[in-house]
Write a protein that binds this ligand. Sequence first.
Ligand SMILES: *Cc1c(COP(=O)(O)O)cnc(C)c1O
Length: 395
Amino acid sequence: MDSFDFDTLAVRAGTQRSDFNEHSEALFLTSSFVFKSAAEAAERFAHSEEGFTYSRFTNPTVSMFQDRLAALEGAEACMATASGMSAIVSVVMSVLNAGDHIVSSQSIFGSTLNVFATIFNRFGIETTFVDPTDLDAWRAAIKPNTKLFFLETPSNPLTEIADIAAVGRIAKEANALFVVDNCFCTPALQRPIEMGADVIVHSATKYLDGQGRVLGGAVVGTKAFIMGKVFPFVRSAGPTLSAFNAWVLLKGMETLSLRVEKQSANALAVAQWLEQQPQVARVFYPGLPSHPQYALAQRQQKAGGAIVAFELKGATPAEQRENAWRVIDNSQVCSITGNLGDTRTTITHPASTTHGRITPEARAAAGITEGLIRLAVGLESPNDIQNDLARGLAN
Ligand SMILES: *Cc1c(COP(=O)(O)O)cnc(C)c1O
């Protein structure tokens, strides 16, 4: 199917039919698979990557999900995992040893930051965090034992954009594996492998599902990397994606580009409107010419994505928080929830939720002010989202 366009791959890649010739992908809820003989069982277990033995290793529904996502990312292979976090942990556990070093963007998902800074540290894997937009900082952080570069772009919640190709060149010079978390853009807007990434990780929980139903994750890369490194870890350690979740995600991916493109268009409309509101100090959105990396975003992404952050004015931090909370509490359309990537718009106050546990100094360094609100724009009418926000702004 390699010659087909993205939208065709999104609905058809990976489909395998059983002997019943079902049209829609079948859901194989089975923990194990039977063999014709003891000899066949022995053969399958010896070569567990070929044929099905046990659903911790492989399952037909999960395998369809893997093949479809690999096709969408323009990659050879994919290993599904139970969540985005288990995808990230699986990559590190598959390739790094005690004494190795990671260079990572400092603007990454909170749990990723925690796993790198706290948990891996306990096993002798050290991480240096850098400003993702500062190429000299990436270069300066390299040590003789650097084995992995980790980047997330756009960042959460301030939508900073890092130059994937440029960071990739530095990773190559350092002989480090270049891992990109492509959760926010998805392959519908950005294909990091074409820009030099070695490995892509996903939280399928977000836009791949797209409807806020299940958790899932994936590691995408070359066949040699996925089958040679990640599969042996996942089959033994067991952070496996369930067949049911894989089936939900397969259906989600069929509408991926439709949703992400429409949600990006809605986000742009809301961002443009927010920029005109006198109560708003600043809007962070890669699709606005006022964004510091607007030109790079235009080059690197097909659209700006669905995440918009904006900062409310206020004489003091306390007043800024009061103004932000008023907008959130007056919303009737937007859902007050931490998830994102849903067809429903979600609204969050990062300083008191997703970034609430870090020190005020670290929060200030990360640019998370008390007046900041993050929107993950959904498929509702942008008009209704604007009216929803206007209620709290006007009060
Ligand atoms: C949510 C998220 C993750 C973690 O994914 P889970 O599926 O919640 O484990 C990782 N990276 C990014 C960018 C995310 O938004």
